[in-house]
Ligand binder design. Structure first.
Ligand SMILES: [Zn+2]
Length: 479
């Protein structure tokens, strides 16, 4: 049967089955101190050993690495490593007893194992026409007497895993496939499939309402910018939680053109917007009892006679004016208008924005932790805790008012960029000018964590869907 869903077909299927007697391959997880070095070449987290007997029974043992360092992410990585590995090996069916002692030893490890199996199998190979193995489907038969509701846990893991994989899939797509118009088409198809309501504000309407940031950034492209609004209603009473995600489908930098070494990979500049869409889809499939709105300003930052320029002064939707110093600091301009619109129309009780905003976040935090900036200690704590649970780690940076001095303008209310110093903080300080003090708001800068520079045992190279599981967990905590 042809898969007509917008969700990519999973490589790994999880099923619960308590009769596993006819499946000859078993999957086990062991700490490195339990591994027999005569059969294993490595004890590193995620490495796999195989024990076979003469009756054709295969035991696949995945290393959890050092017992003392084990947390839920250990199990996610170990099982994701197995999922990746299994796709290129011959066995198609495994049985997994989730009640094995190593899994029971860590709280929530069982769920992390299931989630990792769903996450690890993803690869973006849609455009390869040569040298690819035919896609095979792998089934993992899961047994548990101790997990209260195994079916529910499997279903949840598969929904979350497939939503993250949807985000990876779309972020991977190049700009000749996903542009503001085709992103709109895809978002509408997604909304239809999952029963979400969707509204699109097109260029002319954005111009007439005065969204000077979003319209300036995107007008240099033949595919004009737009604002995509997706709503999920899981509750009758509450005001929504707003997720605002930057979706620049390609960022040349505009007239502040990026050097050629830095322009490749700029199709990933839509990661924030795609991940808020994936999050709201997952929330609706999980039937979370809360209201959510996903707000996705989308534009392509190009050069043409229509494009905006350095020195331009823009009037934003909020009425504030911005002097353009760099047309490459465009993400904050589209987010600013989206934040104003979100507050005016939806009166959200909390806002999370997520964006590949600044190269500076890599200088500050490397690729391990994303930048978190917030006007609310409570929001910051919720997000930080959510990241600890999902393994999408955050680090809070300060937002003292004095940093605003770096974007003071002689001619307008502010500039859109400062010098190189504190650039991640400056990005957030800029956005803060468009957020009311009484709305709890958190900004996530995922410019360095949203993609992997190289393949890991548990994850392929490129976009990793950072933020989807984190935002889902934060929504749960905020509900
Ligand atoms: Zn840029």
């Amino acid at each position: 049967m042809k898969n007509s869903s917008i969700i990519p077909e999973p490589s790994i299927h999880l099923v619960s089955s308590n009769d596993q007697s006819n499946i000859s391959s078993t999957l086990e997880f062991r700490y490195s101190d339990e591994l027999d070095m005569s059969v294993s070449s490595s004890k590193k987290l995620g490495s796999i050993s195989i024990l076979s007997d003469t009756s054709g029974h295969n035991q696949f043992i995945v290393s959890l690495g050092d017992r003392k360092k084990a947390g839920t992410d250990t199990f996610r990585k170990a099982s994701a490593s197995f999922a990746r590995w299994s796709i290129s090996h011959s066995t198609n069916e495994y049985r997994l007893d989730i009640d094995q002692p190593s899994i029971l030893s860590v709280n929530s490890a069982a769920f992390s194992v299931l989630e990792g199996l769903c996450l690890g199998g993803f690869d973006f190979d849609r455009y390869k026409t040569k040298d690819i193995e035919p896609k095979k489907a792998i089934t993992v038969h899961i047994q548990s007497k101790k997990l209260k509701d195994l079916d529910d846990a499997i279903n949840t893991a598969m929904i979350i895993g497939s939503s993250v994989n949807l985000a990876r899939d779309w972020i991977h797509e190049p700009a000749n496939v996903i542009n503001p118009q085709s992103l709109e088409d895809r978002v509408k198809a997604a909304a239809k499939e999952f029963g979400l309501s969707v509204k699109v504000i097109h260029f002319d309407e954005l111009v007439s309402m005065g969204a000077g940031g979003l319209t300036a950034v995107g007008k240099g492209s033949k595919d004009k910018p737009r604002l995509l609004l997706v709503e999920y209603k899981g509750s009758n009473s509450e005001t929504p939680i707003a997720l605002v995600g930057k979706a620049i489908t390609f960022d040349t930098g505009g007239y502040s053109l990026k050097p050629s070494d830095f322009i490749q990979g700029m199709k990933y500049d839509k990661a924030g917007g795609v991940s808020v869409l994936a999050t709201i889809i997952a929330a609706s499939r999980l039937k979370l009892q809360t209201n959510i709105v996903a707000v996705i300003p989308t534009a392509e930052n190009m050069i043409s006679s229509e494009a905006y320029r350095p020195d331009d002064i823009l009037k934003m939707l909020s009425g504030l004016t911005v002097e353009i110093v760099s047309t490459d600091a465009e993400g904050r301009l589209i987010l600013a208008d989206a934040l104003t619109y979100t507050q005016n129309v939806y009166k959200p009780r909390a806002i999370i924005d997520i964006a590949t905003l600044t190269g500076g976040v890599k200088i500050a935090l490397g690729t391990l932790r994303a930048g978190l900036l917030s006007n609310s200690d409570k929001m910051a704590t919720i997000l930080q805790k959510a990241g600890d649970i999902t393994g999408e780690l955050l680090w809070r940076l300060p937002m003292d008012e004095e940093y605003f001095d770096l974007i003071k303008s002689d001619e307008a209310d502010m500039k859109n960029s400062g010098a190189r110093e504190a650039s991640t903080i400056v990005g957030a300080i800029f956005l803060k000018q468009f957020v009311s003090d009484d709305v709890p708001w958190a900004h996530l800068d995922i410019a360095a964590t949203g993609e992997a520079d190289s393949e890991k045992p548990w994850c392929g190279k490129g976009p990793n869907g950072f933020g989807v599981r984190l935002m889902l967990e934060a929504i749960r905590q905020l509900s």
